[in-house]
Ligand binder design. Structure first.
Ligand code: NAD
Ligand code: 89Y
Length: 335
């Protein structure tokens, strides 16, 4: 399986390391508008075909999958280019700038019969996966309440300075993952109520969001995120869980400690040989989601976080902003 990757920035290096680790896959081409980043990545990952223009890369072809690792503004044009080229597509989160773009991107790729997966990796973190497996095994009966919580004071702006610039910040950047974990655990959502705050005066967007979700299956969940929380020890980038069910409880506490009905175990992720703390949790999930994508293509299955599936997660982001702006509950049917 031949892969081309667009966007050789901060996060894409994880994706390149993961491709190098997956059997039967070869990274054959790289593209970035920034020629210095492109040259560095090509050297570090031994890729000889390089392009500063995505259209030129698609015109030459010779790959089965394109992995789009750019920031959101370029997602729709690049996904549409990939659809015209008839290749399978992985696109980083956030999916799109708005719902209309996201829907158009799904349609564009579906019309070609190829697969579109959104790189929504947090549900693939091994600790989260252990909790999902325990819940789906019925260990705590039928869940009726959940809390998915991400609270940190980690300086994400050092590595990703663009996060300080946008009008939107934490829901679009990080909350999107936490909302997706809530969907993976409790299913799709009927309605959402959200509040937002900006605590850090040097950024433009909100850095605190608290969301209340009514899931279709009857679970009520609280999804709360903050990058303004000074906690010790720092828990970045852990998502913590509290789930109550008819037959018991599940907790995923700081330090990757999973407790199901009073029995605790360590579900710490491994530190892959190219990974570094504290990012190792996210980095392992990149390998797992890319392996999942390859497995799905080989088996002719739809990936868990396909473009169509991710319309629901991205819809929650849109609904949360609408709810916070208008100070009201938003039904997902409105989005
Ligand atoms: P970045 O700005 O460091 O890198 C993006 C790169 O894309 C830049 O080098 C830029 O020159 C290039 N680029 C932009 N438009 C292009 C185009 N049209 N053609 C070719 N190259 C183009 O950004 P980043 O921090 O690496 O983030 C990239 C994406 O990854 C974002 O959407 C971000 O939300 C996401 N991200 C995901 C995770 C995760 O865990 N899933 C973590 C961090 C970032
Ligand atoms: O961009 C974000 C993401 O997707 O995961 C963590 C992050 O890097 C900073 O919030």
């Amino acid at each position: 399986m031949k892969i081309a990757l667009i966007g050789c920035g901060f996060f894409a290096r994880n994706q390149m390391h993961a491709w190098a680790q997956i059997d039967g896959v070869e990274l054959v081409a790289l593209c970035d508008m920034d020629s210095a980043r492109l040259t560095d990545a090509a050297r570090d990952f031994g890729v000889t075909r390089t392009y500063t223009d995505a259209a030129a890369m698609f015109a030459e072809g010779g790959f089965d999958v394109v992995d789009i690792a750019t920031t959101v503004h370029s997602h729709r044009p690049l996904v549409e280019m990939a659809a015209r080229a008839g290749v399978h597509v992985i696109c980083q989160k956030p999916f799109a700038l708005n719902m209309a773009d996201a829907r158009a991107m799904v349609q564009a790729v579906e019309a070609t019969g190829k697969t579109l997966m959104i790189h929504e990796n947090f549900r693939w973190q091994s600790a989260i996966r252990a909790a999902i497996d325990a819940l789906r095994s019925g260990a705590i009966g039928t869940p009726f309440f959940g809390r998915v919580s991400f609270r940190s004071g980690y300086d994400v702006f050092a590595g990703q300075p663009y996060l300080a610039e946008g009008k939107r910040f934490i829901i679009e950047d990080l909350g999107i993952h936490v909302l997706d974990i809530a969907r993976a655990l409790f299913g799709d959502v009927d309605r959402i109520t959200a509040t937002t705050r900006r605590i850090n005066p040097s950024i433009n967007g909100e850095d605190v969001a608290t969301m209340l979700l009514a899931h279709q299956g009857g679970v009520t969940s609280v999804v709360d995120c903050s990058y303004a929380t000074q906690r010790s020890p720092e828990t970045f980038p852990e998502s913590l869980l509290e789930i109550d069910g008819t037959e018991g409880t599940l907790r995923l506490d700081a330090g990757y400690r999973l407790t199901v009905n009073g029995t605790a175990r360590d579900v710490s992720p491994p530190v892959l040989d190219w990974a570094e703390r504290p990012w190792h949790n996210i980095q392992e999930s990149v390998l797992l989601i890319q392996q999942h994508f390859v497995d799905c293509l080989r088996a002719g299955r739809e990936p868990e976080t396909s473009g169509r599936d991710n319309l629901q997660t991205f819809g929650l982001v849109e609904a949360a902003y609408l709810s916070a702006t208008e100070a009201r509950t938003v039904a997902m049917a409105e989005i």
